[in-house]
Design a protein around this ligand. Structure first.
Ligand code: ZN
Length: 212
């Protein structure tokens, strides 16, 4: 997976993502989706400011939720409970999910959420007049872009597997019935992207609130 894709995740874990609360800096004004601007950074309380904005853009904001919807649909029916720690800390939500592949899913999901955030703000500033209708259109377009980016990144990963120089670590855990990516053949080892035709499958459990 490209370094630019991995960078979003590592920045999220370290100093934060620029424009999304990175380095504790919070732009003034509400999010395009209408979410209220976070309380300014407070040195006495590390949980406000940057972390609050991170939690919004990488869990609560509509483009992030669009990606989470895709993740949840792929995990259905094996997982009905997804917490932000599963994604942010690369913890597989159930034993059925291969650890190595879940890391790829997490990197792709964070990169797709960031793509959605950028798309949303770009659309917001590129159209006039800036009213509720244009904001809603920007958010909807960003949701589609985020979900599409997530799928494309996973597809890109699967297509690159046969050409990988090194053996994919823990690849034996990815079976024929594995979510996201499934084994097609052992000799030669070949995989395919698994994607539900209808992502609106089954009951839609509520996500836990982020730890802010
Ligand atoms: Zn938002």
């Amino acid at each position: 997976m490209a370094n630019s894709v991995e960078e979003v995740y590592w920045r999220l874990r370290m100093v934060g993502v620029s424009g999304a609360g990175g380095h504790g800096m919070c732009p003034k004004g509400n999010c395009v989706c209408g979410h209220a601007a976070p309380v300014a950074a407070d040195r006495s309380n590390p949980d406000v400011g940057g972390p609050t904005l991170h939690a919004h853009y990488f869990w609560d904001c509509p483009p992030a939720k669009a990606v989470l919807t895709e993740v949840r649909a792929a995990l259905h029916p094996h997982v009905t409970h997804l917490h932000c720690s599963h994604l942010w800390l690369c913890i597989p939500p159930c034993p059925r999910v291969c650890v190595a592949l879940w890391r790829v899913v997490c990197l792709a999901a964070c990169a797709a959420m960031e793509e959605g955030r950028k798309h949303m703000w770009k659309q917001r500033f590129s159209v006039a007049p800036k009213n509720a209708a244009t904001r809603a259109a920007a958010v909807q377009g960003a949701c589609r872009a985020a979900a599409r980016t997530f799928l494309c990144l996973l597809d890109e990963f699967v297509r690159a597997l046969p050409r990988a120089q090194r053996e994919w670590e823990h690849c034996e855990d990815v079976t024929e019935a594995h979510p996201f990516v499934a084994l097609v053949s052992i000799l030669p080892r070949c995989y395919k992207l698994v994607w539900p035709e209808d992502t609106a499958v089954g009951p839609q459990p509520e996500f836990d609130q982020p730890p802010v």
